[in-house]
Design a protein around this ligand. Sequence first.
Ligand code: DAH
Length: 339
Amino acid sequence: MLEELEAIQTEALAEIAHIADSPSLEQFRVDFLGKKGRLTAASTRMRDLPKEEKPLVGKKLNEARQAITAAIDQKGADFAAAADSEAAAGVDVTLPGVPLPAGNAHPLTQSLDRIVQALRHMGFALASGPEIETEWHCFDALNTPKDHPARNEKDTYFFEDGTLLRAHTSTVQIRVMESTPSIPLRIIAPGSAFRRDEIDATHLNQFTQIEGLYVDRRVTLADLKGTLEFLFRHIFGENTQVRFRPHFFPFTEPSFEIDIKLQIAGKEDKWIEIAGCGMVDPAVFEAVSRTRGDDLFDPDKVTGYAFGMGVERLAMIMWGIPDIRLLIENDARFLRQFG
Ligand code: DAH
C-alpha cells in the first residue's frame, strides 16, 4: 500500500507539470483528490489494513495529499499571474500619464465676473430682460425722441412686427422699474446688445453690456461718483485715475461719460472712455409711473442714477487685447493665454 501511494504521488507530480490551463487543472484535482479520485479510493481501503500498518500508511496518505494539493495551488497561482501579465501586455506602467488639458473661463466671462462680483458686494442684485424688445422699453420709456438716430433701421435691427433686438441693456431699467414691488432698487443687468455696425477691430454687431440702476429717496450724484470710482479702481487697480466728462443721454440728466487714464509702459498716457452714466431723467420715472399706475416712482419723491458699459472694451483694456474680434473667434491659442 505504501508503494502504491508513493506511485500515485509520483505520477500526479509528473502529470501536473504538463497541465497547461485551468480547466485541465480542475480535472486533475477531481481525478486525484475528488470524491472518486485515486487518493480517496486508496484511503477507503485503509480500513482493511492490519492495525499496526495503519499509522504509517495514514502518514504517507497525508503526505501525498499535501504534496498534490500544494502542486495544484502553485499551478493555479502560476496561471493567475500569467493571465495578469497577458492583460497588461503592451502597457508600460512606468510611462507618465496623458495629461488632460485644464480648461479656463473665457476672458470675457472672467472680466464680467469681476465686475459683477464687485457690484454685488456693493449691494446690487442681478436682473435680466429679453433680447427681443419693444420700442417702448428700448426707446420711448427711456425718453428717446422718435427722430433719434439710434431708432433708425440703419442702426438697430427691427423685426417686421415692430419689435427689435435691443440696442442697449438700458431696457432692463424700465422692465425692473415696471415690475418691482418696492424701492430701494439696486440692480445690475449684464447681457447682449445689438447694433447694425460693421465688424472691425473695435466693433461687433452683438456685444455685451452691463447696466446699473439705483433708485431711492435722495440718491445723489455723489453716490454715483463714489460707486463707479470704487468699481473702476477695483477692476483696474488702486491708483487708476477716473474722470467724469459731461455728455448727453436722453434717459439721464445730468449725464456723463467716464474715462479712465490708461498708463502703458513705453506709451503716452491716454484717457479712454469706458462707460456712460447719469442721474435718471424725471421723464423716465414719469413713463414708468404711467405704466405702473401708481406713485412709487413719482419723480418728486425719488431720484436715481444709472450707468452702462461695454464689457468687451473693458476686457480689452484689462488684458491688453488689441482686436475685439479675438473675443468671438474662439481660437484656442488665444483663449489658452487666460488660464
Ligand atoms: N445705454 C447707453 C449706451 O448703450 C449706455 C448708458 C449711458 C447707460 C448712460 C446708462 C446711462 O444707464 O445712464 O451707449
